[in-house]
Design a protein around this ligand. Structure first.
Ligand SMILES: [Zn+2]
Ligand SMILES: [Zn+2]
Length: 884
């Protein structure tokens, strides 16, 4: 399809358009760093939108475009549709206001009743109108409405010369009526859009209304002379000026002309433009070869402008435009591209439209600095100490120790009050919001980290230092003050509200408690109740609770839903915050036994040390190198491999160190968590001893789990129940708790849900030995925690199998006895649970040579299941049993 074809259709449309609207035909040709070809797009755009007066024409154009036949290809239809979109009618200054429909008039009667009447609104010539679109729920709309009423009262001479019309977007007229009555806004004429904020209403639609309050000023000739926010203009002055006007003032659209002039500058000669096109073709493969990450593109544009009479004028032949938005890693490549190619193009033929090199590290620095300086101006000091974290973990396949160093910054701050935190962040919102797009993920995370860090410095969590709470006044006082902690005094804060039953009861209880302990507690403890409701609303309560006021200080907030309550996580009330003598928050939310808690705290002699705190140690950086060397040595690897035959070791070492000058590092935490079996402890101790030589044991925080293991004797001599000789029986049972063997007949029973369980000596904890065994190692290193609890049903209780399980053999969610393999999935309880079987599959497994048994085993070979595996039997769910 050639250009001729779309311009031919365009000609038809042009004829219909008002003379002052021209149509631009914009052709854009692009070469994009990652794309293989040069891409070309064409688009039609009107030089301005249709006026709302011509709304009907827009419909006609739409119909015409819809009726374009099949001979017109889709691309052209799309172009025409874009054009029609850019013509969407909109009220412009100087437009005559059209009839407003879809509204109702609200008529107020003397007796404060009101009626509504479906109507339309049309301005009358000779009268100046101010139309105010508002709603009762819109906060910023209320002052302008008040101002409207005042203007009318102040200017009685406006009568018959100027009117103020308010049209509400409220969903019902009752709320409008109530507001107007209570505010006495009766000089204004009131209307309401029948469907509330309805985008299809002709006024809302053609104003393209996005927000309220919104006013229109209409001159005596019915034309719009002002549109916008009421407070952005001196309306009274404007109305007076319009009343006095003797002839219509020409409305000019200066902005558009300026924009047009701007474009004029980009008109290369035909010859130059040809060079630009050639350059684009030449550079396309260069861009492609460079394989830029991010956006790098070259573009050129040609604009033809078609006027109403069908004449065409070239408005733009652009220079070659370069835009890039890349990560700092691409900087070298971009520089090379600029030097070797871009700068070789004659200067008058090229222009850089966008040049963004994103450097997250630099930005992170800038962001930190921004937060620091901003909060510093508010009296708070923020610092970002860097911590080096060395992480050493056993690899997934347990073949080596892996890990490396990472740096993390912490957020420390001093003098950060709640108020500073909240207002500081509010003020920085505009700054932080600019990073909300996807490309700035790293920056966004940094900002979130900083905000979280700051928050944790003000949040009143347990163990945190108490922060002064501002903006409360004591009952009976008019002065707002702060709630502070006094050293040596226990402070009990209680968030409450007079409408909360439990809160009121607690206040009564606390009053009694303080009264009873007055001699002992005295000034050692201070009770402060922080109300969520304002003092004005609590008068009755306070009057009827005089006694409590002798023991509890009652404070009331400056505003409802004050930010301290939000920040301190007050969700349910009563909500306590208890601060110890040393200023540390010790309890948050609910307090079980107030008396006990207070007594304990007033008797404390010294600040409670956190148990988690290991002793910090100062060492050189080479300490980490040494530790790594030990862990990565062949010796260590061999040791780990040897004990990992049983797949049960876990080893995770984390060293946080902070550089404190020169080569000195302060090791803040040396955190080791490991899981080993008791049989492996010795070897591990040898390894740890080497590490302790570098960092003393007292400086480690160790989280260890040592799993107990047992070895099963096999075969047993006699059955502990029937005393028969079982030394020749391949299959038998063993009770670890009694160290006894049992024959299959005495151990196996299946009427577990029936009564008479007391007949059986062993109800739980029997281990089945599936002999004859070819691999005797199944008898050793059995994890103790996998063996049943040795429980017995209480007399009269009925056995029940309700512990959920899914059989590894048949996949059934079976009830009945459950048989857990003691050899497969050794070690800790894992996410996938144990390998266990229902009684049917267990019966199959006992028949070791059968195909089915081999099949069942084969499924879980990877998890260590073998045909020789032992099983523990779990008969019941846990609970309702006694130890045996
Ligand atoms: Zn027996
Ligand atoms: Zn099964």
């Amino acid at each position: 399809m050639s250009i001729k074809d779309d311009t031919k259709i365009l000609q038809q449309f042009l004829k219909e358009l008002p003379h002052d609207i021209a149509v631009k035909h914009i052709k854009t040709v692009k070469a994009i760093g990652k794309a293989e070809n040069i891409q070309s797009t064409r688009v039609f755009r009107s030089t301005k939108q249709l006026s709302a007066v011509n709304a009907q024409l827009h419909n006609t154009l739409k119909q015409q475009s819809d009726s374009l036949g099949e001979e017109v290809i889709q691309d052209v239809k799309d172009e025409i549709n874009t054009l029609i979109q850019t013509l969407t009618p909109k009220y412009q200054l100087g437009d005559k206001l059209q009839l407003v429909d879809g509204i109702e008039k609200i008529i107020f009667a003397e007796d404060n009743t009101h009626t509504t009447e479906k109507t339309t609104f049309q301005v009358e010539d000779g009268i100046v109108y101010l139309i105010d679109i508002w709603a009762t729920w819109c906060g910023p709309c209320q002052n302008p409405m008040e101002h409207n009423q005042k203007m009318l009262e102040k200017n009685p001479d406006w009568q018959n010369k100027a009117k103020i019309i308010a049209i509400s977007v409220d969903d019902d007229s009752d709320s409008v009526k109530e507001r107007v009555n209570s505010k006495k806004w009766k000089s204004i004429e009131h209307y309401r859009f029948e469907k509330g904020w309805d985008d299809q209403n002709n006024l809302i639609k053609y104003l393209q209304l996005r927000g309220i309050p919104f006013v229109l000023l209409i001159n005596k000739w019915g034309k719009i002379v002002y549109m916008g926010h009421p407070s952005k203009a001196n309306l009274e002055e404007k109305i007076n000026k319009e009343i006095a006007a003797e002839k219509e003032e020409e409305q000019t659209q200066t902005q558009e002309k300026a924009a047009e002039n701007n474009n004029q500058q980009e008109l290369l000669t035909k010859e130059q433009f040809k060079q630009v096109k050639d350059k684009l073709k030449e550079l396309q493969p260069v861009l492609q070869d460079a394989k830029f990450e991010g956006i790098v593109q070259l573009q050129l544009q040609k604009e033809n402008q078609w006027s109403h009479d069908g004449s065409k004028e070239v408005k733009k032949r652009s220079k070659l435009e370069l835009s890039y938005d890349v990560n700092v890693a691409e900087e070298e490549k971009i520089t090379a591209f600029l030097q070797n190619h871009w700068n070789q193009i004659p200067e008058e033929l090229r222009v850089v439209k966008e040049s963004k090199i994103r450097d997250p590290q630099r930005q992170v620095k800038e962001i930190k600095a921004k937060f620091q300086s901003h909060f510093e101006s508010k009296g708070a000091t923020i610092s970002f100490p860097t911590t080096q974290i060395t992480n050493l973990s056993l690899s997934q396949d347990k073949q080596e120790i892996t890990g490396g160093d990472r740096h993390r910054f912490d957020i420390k701050c001093e003098n950060l009050t709640l108020d500073t935190y909240k207002t500081g962040l509010d003020e920085l919102r505009e700054f932080t919001e600019q990073f909300e797009d996807e490309e700035n993920e790293e920056i966004r995370e940094t900002i979130e980290m900083i905000i979280e860090g700051l928050k944790s410095n003000v949040t009143l969590g347990e163990g945190k230092q108490f922060v002064t709470i501002d903006n409360y006044k004591k009952w009976g006082s008019d002065e707002f003050t702060s709630i502070e902690h006094t050293q040596g005094q226990v402070l009990v804060l209680d968030y409450w509200a007079k409408w909360c039953g439990p809160c009121v009861r607690e206040i009564a209880n606390n009053t009694d408690l303080i009264k009873q302990n007055q001699d002992k507690w005295g000034k050692a403890v201070r009770f402060v109740s922080l109300s969520l409701v304002l003092a004005e609303e609590a008068k009755e309560f306070m009057d009827t609770h005089q006694e409590s006021q002798q023991y509890i200080e009652f404070y009331f907030p400056k505003e409802q839903r004050q930010k301290d309550a939000t920040l301190y996580g007050v969700q349910y009330i009563p909500h306590y915050i208890i601060v110890d003598k040393f200023g540390t928050i010790r309890k948050v939310a609910s307090v079980g036994n107030m008396k006990e808690v207070v007594n304990e705290l007033i008797n404390e002699e010294a600040p409670k040390k956190s148990l988690e705190q290991a002793q910090p140690v100062l060492l050189g950086q080479d300490a980490i190198t040494q530790i790594k060397a030990i862990l990565q040595s062949d010796e260590t690897t061999d040791f780990i491999k040897s004990i990992d035959q049983q797949k049960v070791i876990a080893f995770d070492l984390k060293i946080n160190s902070k550089q404190v000058g020169g080569d000195q590092y302060q090791f803040e935490t040396v955190q080791l968590s490991y899981f080993v079996r008791d049989t492996q402890v010795e070897g591990l101790q040898t390894l740890l001893a080497k590490l302790y030589q570098i960092i003393p044991e007292t400086s480690w925080k160790i989280d260890k789990t040592i799993s107990k293991t047992i070895t099963i004797k096999y075969p047993g001599a006699v059955c502990a129940v029937c005393q028969k000789d079982i030394s020749k029986d391949a299959q038998q049972y063993y009770c670890h708790f009694k160290d006894e063997h049992v024959c299959t007949e005495c151990a196996e029973f299946d009427d577990v849900t029936k009564t008479g369980m007391e007949r059986y000596k062993y109800q739980d904890a029997l281990i089945f030995i599936n002999g004859p065994l070819s691999d005797l190692s199944v008898l050793t290193n059995i994890d103790d925690h996998k063996i049943g609890k040795n429980l017995k049903l209480k007399e009269g209780d009925k056995a029940e199998q309700s512990h959920p399980m899914m059989c590894n053999g048949c996949g059934g969610g079976a009830k009945g006895p459950r048989y857990i393999s003691l050899n497969a999935r050794p070690g800790r309880y894992r996410g996938g649970g144990y390998i266990d079987y229902c009684c049917k599959c267990f019966a199959e497994l006992k028949n070791k040579d059968s195909e089915r048994a081999k099949e069942i085993v084969a499924k879980d070979v990877a998890d260590g299941m073998t045909i020789d595996s032992l099983f523990t039997r779990v008969l019941f769910n846990y609970g309702g049993y006694q130890a045996f």
